[in-house]
Design a protein around this ligand. Sequence first.
Ligand code: HEM
Length: 485
Amino acid sequence: MSKRVLTTESGAPVADNQNSATAGVGGPLLLQDQHLLEKLARFNRERIPERVVHARGSGAYGHFEVTDDVTGFTYADFLNTVGKRTEVFLRFSTVADSLGGADAVRDPRGFAVKFYTEEGNYDLVGNNTPVFFIKDPLKFPDFIHSQKRDPFTGKQEPDNVWDFWAHSPEATHQVTWLMGDRGIPASYRHMNGYGSHTYQWTNAEGEAFFVKYHFKTNQGIRSLSAEQAQEIAGTDPNSHQTDLLQAIERGVRPSWTLYVQIMPAAEAAEYRFNPFDLTKVWPHTDYPLQRVGRLVLDRNPDNVFAEVEQAAFSPNNFVPGIGPSPDKMLQGRLFAYADAHRYRLGVNHTQLAVNAPRATVVSNYGRDGLMASPAQGRAAKNYEPNSYDGPAETGRPLSAPLAVTGHTGTHEAPPHTKDDHFFQAGELYRLMSAEERSRLVANIAGGLSQVSRDDVIEKNLTHFHAADPEYGTRVEEAVRALRED
Ligand code: HEM
C-alpha cells in the first residue's frame, strides 16, 4: 500500500519535511517556504489561556443509566425512564495548581459531568467534596488568589493560604475535610463526586424540590497519606491521568452510583441549617440518599487538547425539570463559567465537538463570531419573530418559580437555628477514628506551623477550638511543637 502523502494545512503535498528551503546551498531561508512558515506559526499558537482554576485535568466519555424512578421529583427527560441511557463526558481536575502541576496533591478535585441529553446538554459541575470554603461568590477571586501562586514570590504561600482562612471562619468545615484522609485521593477513580450546591428539581405537576447530588464511587474510596503523595508527585506528576487513561485502555469501566437527597421546597425556610449554604451538608438522617442511576466511563478522548482542554462546563447549562437554587455561590457561578469560556475558547465554543449537543440539534438565532461553523445556514432566518416558521419558544417554564420577599441590598443569608460556622466541622471531627484525628491534626499543623505571623495562627486556632475543644487543643499543641523544633 502506498504511504499517505504529507500535506500542508490547505491540503497541498509537502515535498520535504526535513530541510527548509534556502537561497542556494548553505544560504539563508526563503520566505516562500510555506510549509516552514505554517509549521512555525501554528506551533506558536498551540496554547490557549488555561483555566483560571482547575487548570489540570483528565477526561473520559461514558454513559449514565437511570436505575430508579425519580419522576415524582423531576420531569427531566433524561431521567424519565428506568433503563434510559445518556452519553456523558466527565472531566476531573485538581484546583489550585497550573496546567503543569502534579496530580497527587492535597487539593479538592473537580468532578464535572456533561450529560448529552435529548433536551440539550446538562452540566453538573461539582467537586469531590460535599461542601466548599466560602458562601458568597464575591469572595471567590480573593480566595483563589490566596491559594494559588503569590504574584511576588511566584509560589504558593502558607501565609496567604492560612491568612484567608483566618478571616473566613465559614471555611472550617471544608478545611477539616481537606486536611483529613480524603484530602488526597489515590486516583480520580477512587473518590466520590458531589454537586455540592443545592439545586432545584421540578416535577410534571410543577412542584419544586431541592436536591443535592452524590456520585458514590464503585471502586471504593482510596486515599494517599501526605508522605505517599509527596513521593508519587515527584516520581509521576501525571499519576491521576496515567491511572484513568490506562484503566480505560485496559477495559476497566470505572463507575459511580448517583444518589440524591431530596427536600420538598416548603421545608427549606424552617430547616435548622440554611439549605442553600454551600459550607454545610444535609445530614442523611434528615434527608436520606435516594438512588437515581449509574454513571460509567468507557472511552478515552482521542485528543486531550481538543476534548479535555477545550471542554467547557457551565453550571448554567440546565435542562427542563432542573434549575438553580437561590444559593448565592451557585448564582455567581451561573455567570462565571460561560464568561470564562468566551474568553478562553471564544463565543463559538459550544460548536466544538466535545461541547456541542449530541442528542439534539441547536436551533436559534445566534450567528457569526470568531470560528463560526455554518451549522444553521442557508435560508434559516437570523431574527425572531419571523414569518418563516423559525424555531419558537415552548412557553413551558424550565423549573418552578420561587417566591422572594424584601428589598434589594447586600444582605447576609437569612439565619437558621443551627447556622454557625463550626458545628458541622466539629461533627466531622467527632466522626473520625482516633487515627484519622491524629493524621488530620498533623496535616493541619504541618501547614499552619509554616505561617510567619502569630496572630494569623491564633485566629485559625480559634476556629478549630470552636469546632471542638479537643480538636483545637490538639492542633494548638501540634503547631507549638513544630514551631519549637
Ligand atoms: C463563586 C464561586 C466560583 C466561581 C466564580 C468559579 C469559577 C470558575 C471558573 C472561572 C472556572 C474555569 C472555567 C473554564 O475556564 O472552563 C472554574 C472551573 C471549575 N470549577 Fe469553579 N468556581 C466557583 C466555585 C466552584 C465550586 C463551589 C465548585 C464545585 C462544587 C467548582 C467546581 C469547578 C470545576 C469542577 C471546574 C472545572 C470544570 C472543568 O473541568 O472544565 N467551582 N470555576
